[in-house]
Design a protein around this ligand. Structure first.
Ligand SMILES: Cc1ncc(C[n+]2csc(CCOP(=O)(O)OP(=O)(O)O)c2C)c(N)n1
Length: 364
């Protein structure tokens, strides 16, 4: 088996030094680099606040992105305004890049809505809990774009599907690869290999590095340092360009690490050792960009203070907004299940309404 860093695109080392790569380069203005730093910090703060809110009983569950900020912000900022995103349930950083208010995400995890945002308005589809299913949705959508003549010169659009290392073991994902390859669909498969599918490590799931699997399906696979926001951006942008020009799918394996628990219902100390987590701390995506900005004199203390202040304000917005969310009417859960009237569902609704009415001061 290859070592993780062999055949691995990296532009910024964990120490914050730029490295040359024959194919990919970091092409950012200083203001853009500071913008990426701001995104990373704010996204981490949203995540920390949501985790705290769950611990205080305000959210039913939360899937933390801690450690995966660069994979999400790097790829999210590489998207064009017309590109469509099909996420799993941990893509809060990509949602941020698509201008989805974090409160919309929290509503879903608080259970006050069943989706939360308009997928069309943000070109960011709803979270998917069924592992890997969205890769098929993304491929179908990409084939639609292709048939609408939106690939190639001019008006081109692309699609990106996010999923984890565990998802690559699912039938749906492998079917999506075959369809995308056969039809040269304009889709990028973005796998965040955070090393664990709940308690199953990646090397138990695949005998070869994940990115090498793509070759068997007939399209390129690339492994990128998923904690290096610059490399992730460069690799994703190239893959999206490739999709838009009609050259078909690309598989990106962003090699990263889930620093926290799988969700707030999980206890990772039961299946992974502390030394592993400590080793990954040294590769922190935010620290390496901060070191780079400081060393190169691209950001001063005033800038970092400003981001810290903005981060506090955002945390307040998230907390206050979450606590103010109104509980939905219990019977509203029967709305929008089917487009047309549906007798068995109506019967369930009636029965639940009668149950609610049986309480003193009942609902109906
Ligand atoms: C079809 C399906 N099977 C099983 C599950 C239960 N499940 C939830 S998360 C998960 C592991 C996913 O791991 P990975 O794809 O690596 O994503 P990560 O959560 O690490 O980002 C599983 C098996 C599910 N949600 N859907």
């Amino acid at each position: 088996m290859l070592s993780p860093t062999e055949d691995f695109v990296q532009l910024l080392t964990p120490e914050g030094e730029l490295v040359d790569h024959p194919e990919y380069a970091s092409e950012f203005t200083d203001a853009e680099l500071r913008g990426l730093y701001r995104d990373l910090v704010l996204v981490r703060r949203i995540d920390a606040e949501a985790t705290a809110l769950q611990r205080q009983g305000e959210l039913g569950i939360w899937a933390s992105l801690l450690g995966q900020e660069a994979a999400q912000v790097g790829s999210g900022r590489a998207l064009g305004p017309k590109d469509h995103v099909f996420p799993t349930y941990r893509e809060h950083g990509v949602a941020w890049c698509r201008d989805v208010d974090p409160l919309r995400l929290l509503g879903l995890f608080r259970g006050v809505n069943t989706g939360g945002w308009d997928p069309e308005a943000h070109k960011f589809h709803l979270y998917t809990i069924v592992i890997g299913a969205q890769t098929l949705h993304a491929t179908g959508y990409a084939m639609g774009i292709q048939r609408d003549g939106l690939v190639g010169e001019g008006n081109a659009e692309a699609v990106i599907a996010y999923f984890g290392d565990g998802a690559t073991s699912q039938g749906d994902v492998n079917e999506a690869f075959i369809w995308a390859s056969s039809f040269q669909a304009p889709v990028v498969f973005f796998c965040q290999n955070n090393q664990w599918a709940i308690s199953i490590p990646t090397d138990k799931q695949s005998r070869v590095p994940l990115y090498q699997r793509a070759r068997g399906f007939g399209f390129p696979g690339i492994r990128v340092d998923g904690n290096d926001v610059l490399a992730v951006h460069a690799v994703t942008r190239a893959a999206l360009d490739r999709a838009r020009e009609g050259s078909g799918p690309t598989f990106i394996e962003a090699f990263t690490y889930r620093m926290g628990a799988h969700t707030t219902s999980d206890d990772p100390t039961r299946y992974r050792i502390a030394a592993e987590v400590e080793a990954w701390k040294l590769k922190d995506p935010i620290e390496r960009l901060r070191s780079f900005l400081v060393r190169q004199g691209k950001a001063d203390q005033a800038f970092f203070d400003e981001i810290a202040e903005e981060s506090d304000q955002l945390a307040k917005h998230v907390r206050t907004g979450c606590l103010e969310m109104a509980d939905p009417e219990p019977l509203s859960m029967f709305d929008h299940v089917y487009a047309e009237p549906h007798p068995p569902l109506q019967a369930q609704r009636d029965s639940f309404a009668a149950y609610l009415a049986s309480f003193e001061g009942g609902h109906e």
